[in-house]
Write a protein that binds this ligand. Structure first.
Ligand code: GLU
Length: 393
């Protein structure tokens, strides 16, 4: 079979692959708990579903403007403005089929072959592949568990080269849940812009922060230097809308025009019905987001208390998102030797699906998504804890 050179090194997304595997085993009757994919377990709030039903009844079923219906672009611009007190114009917004699609299109539009992209590691597993698909070269900047999986400007400095063009920041982070403080974030943004780099700030987990303070955003830097910053957000995580596929990117209007031109040759507009649902989400009440955040915080506390009690396992307390990223390398040796073998072992013996840290750039770790009901989380973690203890003996 002929396959393009571009695709030869690209592997399927492991988060989605593990999820499919868990669904398949469940369909065959196996009692599997999946803490694999990062997906809220809540139903999409009712008022959002109602808006979608209305859109169908009104036959809002035709092509729309490629970058999104004007009222949705405005709602996304207003969302940024209301969250961060910086005005954004609708022509600085493109609506894509999820955050992933927006990032993909941005990279295709922005990178030239050979451009280096700094990616703090552990990283969300799709960044490197998307960079490569755009002809770019991922350059990883490794942050370790002792430093809470956060990078510093000194670490970024070492990875800088004349070819560096872009830095991707992701706070709250998938897979670690780390949230940079205002000060840490500001240092990194200033460092990048002073070095003439462009920053893509993936803020998809912005609403899921448990520090009592908002997560720092790159929007103030966009306001100062719109030709050097892009900010990504979307509805999947905050409004429990993963399947609807709605993300939005804020960037310089000229860049947005090019992204839209490209999108016009691939997907065209995203689903018209999903756009109406997204409009209802962004212009409607935010208390549903607040309720879900409270539940995630409760589960974070519950999950963290459990993993912190496991001897020999290190896990910095995550301040955001819905993941625990645990360093489990002390169990490697006799029966399992890496994170992939460990996850296979845990699927077979604890009946819990997890994602190996190798997929996120750290083979010492495994990722737990705690976006499941409290009792399910408890059951899954006790089963995993038992197996890890047995592997250590
Ligand atoms: N972002 C989520 C995760 O990491 C959803 C799956 C994906 O797109 O990677 O599990």
């Amino acid at each position: 079979m002929q396959i393009s050179d571009r695709l030869k090194s690209i592997q399927p997304s492991l988060t989605l692959a593990v999820n499919s595997k868990a669904l398949e085993l469940r369909a065959k009757g196996a009692d599997i708990i999946s803490l694999a994919v990062g997906e809220p377990d809540f139903p999409t709030p009712k008022h959002i579903c109602e808006a979608a039903k209305r859109a169908i009844d009104e036959n809002f079923c035709r092509y729309t403007q490629v970058p999104g219906i004007p009222e949705l672009r405005k709602a996304a611009a207003d969302y940024f403005a209301s969250q961060h007190k910086f005005a954004v114009t609708p022509d600085a917004i493109v609506i894509g089929a999820g955050g992933k699609h927006c990032i993909y299109n941005f990279l295709q539009t922005f990178l030239n072959p050979g451009d280096e992209v700094l990616i703090p590691s552990p990283y969300w597993l799709s960044y490197p592949d998307m960079v490569q698909l755009a002809g770019g070269v991922p350059v990883f900047v490794k942050a370790d568990v002792e430093h809470g999986f956060k990078v510093t400007t000194a670490m970024l400095d070492k990875a800088l080269s004349p070819k560096t063009k872009l830095l991707i920041v992701n706070s709250p982070s998938n897979p670690t849940g780390a949230v940079y403080s205002e000060e840490e974030f500001a240092k990194i943004m200033d460092w990048a812009l002073d070095h003439g780099l462009f920053v893509l700030s993936d803020e998809i987990y912005e609403q899921l922060v448990y520090t009592g303070k908002p997560a720092p955003s790159a929007l103030p830097w966009y306001a100062k230097k719109p030709d050097q910053v892009a900010v990504l957000n979307g509805l999947s995580k905050s409004f429990a809308m993963t399947g609807w596929r709605v993300g939005f990117l804020c960037a310089h209007p000229d860049l947005i025009k090019k992204i839209s031109a490209m999108q016009g040759h691939s997907t065209s507009n995203i689903c018209s019905i999903a756009q109406k649902a997204a409009l209802a989400a962004l212009t409607g009440p935010m208390d549903c987001v607040c309720e879900m955040r409270k539940a995630f915080q409760r589960r974070r506390d519950l999950g963290y208390a459990e993993v912190a009690s496991w001897p020999g396992i290190a896990c910095p307390k995550p301040d955001g998102a819905f993941y625990l990223f645990c360093d489990v390398h002390t169990v490697y040796g006799k029966t399992v030797h890496n994170s992939t073998e460990l996850c296979t072992y845990l699927l077979e013996h604890a009946h819990v699906a997890l994602v190996p840290g190798a997929a996120f750039g750290d083979d010492n770790c495994i990722r737990f998504s705690y976006a499941v009901a409290d009792d399910v989380l408890k059951r899954a973690l006790s089963a995993v804890g038992r197996e890890l203890a047995a592997l250590q003996n």
